[in-house]
Design a protein around this ligand. Structure first.
Ligand code: SF4
Length: 192
């Protein structure tokens, strides 16, 4: 599979060879992420979706398109990386999408921690309660954590015309504002 993750090929290949948890069954690809490496902002969902699994890139379905629209709604959005708390699309015994389990987050932490370190963000936005619960422990104390409604929920409740869309844009505006202030403070202290 072509590596469009922004991470080196060796890391991408190591992830593709992982069979460490039940989410491996039925997957088409192990999905590292997409975007800038390093990046000011890291956006983290729970797990890749069905469309993501087929393409090998996260957030490519309707929820991903809506998330991209939220990002584009903000001028001069900083560098951003998108990933998930586990890297394989979890399915149940009938092949249907299911929620990732605690064990899967624990096993996948070996990869997700490296992704977090490589991206080295100033702020993290969790889209899912599960990833927020299991992955926030990887983050250094100086990384600011935000949460946002999952774009899939916004899709199901009106999409771009919904007030939920504007709510998420306002959360992202707060994130961008925090990142800009933090970078300004750091560059002032570097100059002094
Ligand atoms: S979800 Fe993570 S730990 Fe589980 S098989 Fe996929 S890459 Fe490996």
């Amino acid at each position: 599979m072509k590596n469009e993750s922004g991470f080196p090929n060796w890391f991408h290949l190591k992830c593709q060879e992982c069979f460490e948890c039940p989410a491996r069954s039925g997957r088409h690809s192990v999905i590292v992420g997409r975007g800038d490496v390093p990046a000011d902002i890291l956006i983290v969902g729970d797990a890749p979706g069905t469309s993501d699994d087929l393409v090998g890139i996260p957030f490519v379905g309707s929820a991903g398109h809506l998330l991209d629209s939220m990002i584009k709604a903000i001028p001069d959005f900083p560098s951003v990386y998108l990933t998930t708390g586990i890297l394989c699309h979890p399915r149940d015994e009938r092949g249907e999408a299911r929620e990732p389990e605690k064990l899967e987050f624990e096993r996948c932490a070996r990869w997700v921690q490296r992704i977090f370190r490589g991206v080295n963000p100033c702020a993290v936005v969790f889209l899912g309660k599960l990833s927020a619960k299991h992955c926030r422990t990887f983050l250094p104390v100086n990384v600011k954590i935000f949460s946002m409604m999952h774009p899939a929920y916004v899709v199901r409740n009106g999409g771009m015309s919904s007030p939920l869309f504007q709510h998420n844009v306002r959360v992202l505006e707060d994130v961008v504002s925090y990142v800009q202030q933090t970078k300004n403070t750091r560059s002032e202290s570097d100059a002094s």
